[in-house]
Design a protein around this ligand. Structure first.
Ligand SMILES: Cc1ncc(COP(=O)(O)O)c(C=O)c1O
Length: 404
């Protein structure tokens, strides 16, 4: 199957720009993806023609904007196979995990266990640490094997009758590892644990249907999915959201407020206090519509092709160590360069117009597991080309030459 990458690229105005006198080679989409014209246009059109606050007005603009906002919720729901009432808009995956952790935390006691993995992003570690610090909840971490796979047997062995929550990433933002999440959910359910999947990376590359996974909560951010920043989604099974305590208090999340009592709105509005990210929801709707219009299997094959081209291009580089080689992994290449700090390498690559991520990738426990403090990460998106991969390989070879 061929994938017309040039016609996709043409829809991303930013990809035409130069950086340091060189054509931009953007290999940092795992941190945040660039935006297609459809998203830019949808947000501009909303601000130009039809904008007001949502859910509270009776005038035409308020009704139009409310309809656009709720259409976005319906789009997110159909994208992941959920009901719109099960979709809570948040400002991103981080806020979504904090929302769930804070709500579930209210019924946890000292000695209760939360099972995570060593490959989690800080977004899926720190909110649970809050519960450890404040309530004496015990955090357990399933180990990662040398090739970047999760040690699934260890994960299962760490589940116990005291495990109240199991929260894990669908796809690692550093290793690219795709975890067997349906199997993990099923195992966690056997001990009665509530499950949460961090889908930030997976949602961009895999066809995610939450009912197939049978997970209780699934979270992701819009900005990695070609949408705007400031919006993400929390999917929660209807029966789970129904009993989850509210997160923030304010307007629009209540049914009735008096001086001496309060009742809350039903989900999802119970979890959306205050004015929500309206324009961002409209942008996310446009991003998903755009994305669903693509041949996603072909896009995924294209991304994998780019990853393998980079691996082959760097096969002879004995000065480079790859972190994460799990079978079936996503199009993320993390590596270190012998004798050079990742930040220095990234800065020199930038002189060649090549944008990669360098640092700990908000995954310090994972970095420690692999005995490094930082690494470089090239992440390949559907708008990247083979020529860009070759430019990256060439720039990396030249960069390495600085250090020998
Ligand atoms: C796997 C994973 N989880 C969570 C996050 C946090 O996402 P956000 O910063 O959009 O809330 C990221 C972002 O890098 C990620 O890659």
């Amino acid at each position: 199957m061929t994938f017309d990458v040039e016609s996709v690229r043409a829809q991303f105005p930013i990809l035409g720009r130069q950086v340091n006198g060189k054509p931009l080679v953007y290999l940092d989409s795992a941190a945040s993806a660039q935006k297609p014209q459809a998203v830019i246009d949808a947000m501009t059109a909303a601000m130009t023609n039809s904008y007001a606050n949502v859910h509270r007005g009776l005038h035409t603009l308020a009704n139009e904007t409310t309809e656009a906002f709720e259409a976005s919720r319906r789009r997110v729901a159909s994208f992941i196979g959920a009901d719109p009432s099960e979709i809570v808009f948040t400002k991103g995956a981080t806020e979504a995990i904090n929302l769930v952790a804070s709500g579930l935390g209210q019924s946890l006691i000292a000695g209760d266990e939360i099972l995570l993995t060593e490959m989690e992003h800080h977004a899926n570690i720190v909110p649970w640490h809050f519960l450890r610090e404040r309530q004496g909840v015990v955090l357990k971490f399933a180990p990662v094997l040398d090739d970047g796979r999760l040690d699934l047997d260890a994960f299962k062995a760490l589940l116990s009758p005291r495990t109240r929550v199991a929260a894990f990433t669908h796809m690692s933002n550093v290793l690219g590892t795709v975890n067997p999440v349906a199997e993990m959910v099923a195992a966690a359910r056997q001990v009665g644990a509530t499950t949460l999947i961090d889908g930030c990376q997976a949602i961009v590359h895999l066809d995610v249907k939450v009912r197939d996974l049978d997970v209780d909560f699934y979270v992701f951010s819009g900005h990695k999915l070609y949408g705007p920043t400031g919006i993400g989604a929390l999917y929660g099974k209807a029966e789970r959201l129904a009993v989850l305590p509210p997160y923030q208090g304010g307007g629009e999340m209540i049914a009735d407020v008096a001086l001496d009592r309060i009742t809350y709105a039903d989900p999802p509005h119970r979890f959306e206090a205050g004015t929500p990210p309206i324009l961002e929801a409209i942008g996310l709707e446009a991003a998903l519509t755009w994305f669903q219009g693509l041949d996603r299997d072909a896009a995924a094959a294209h991304e994998h092709g780019l990853y393998h081209r980079a691996r082959e291009g760097l096969a002879g580089a004995n000065w480079l160590k790859v972190i994460g080689e799990a079978p079936g992994k996503g199009a993320i290449l993390s590596f270190t360069v012998d004798g050079a700090h990742a930040h220095d390498v990234a800065q020199i690559l930038d002189r060649y117009g090549v944008a990669v991520r360098a640092g700990a990738h908000c995954a310090e426990p994972l970095m420690r597991r692999f005995g490094v403090t930082s690494s470089l990460r090239a992440s390949f998106a559907l708008y990247n080309t083979e020529a860009e991969v070759d430019a990256f390989v060439d720039a990396l070879n030249r960069t390495h030459a600085f250090f020998v």
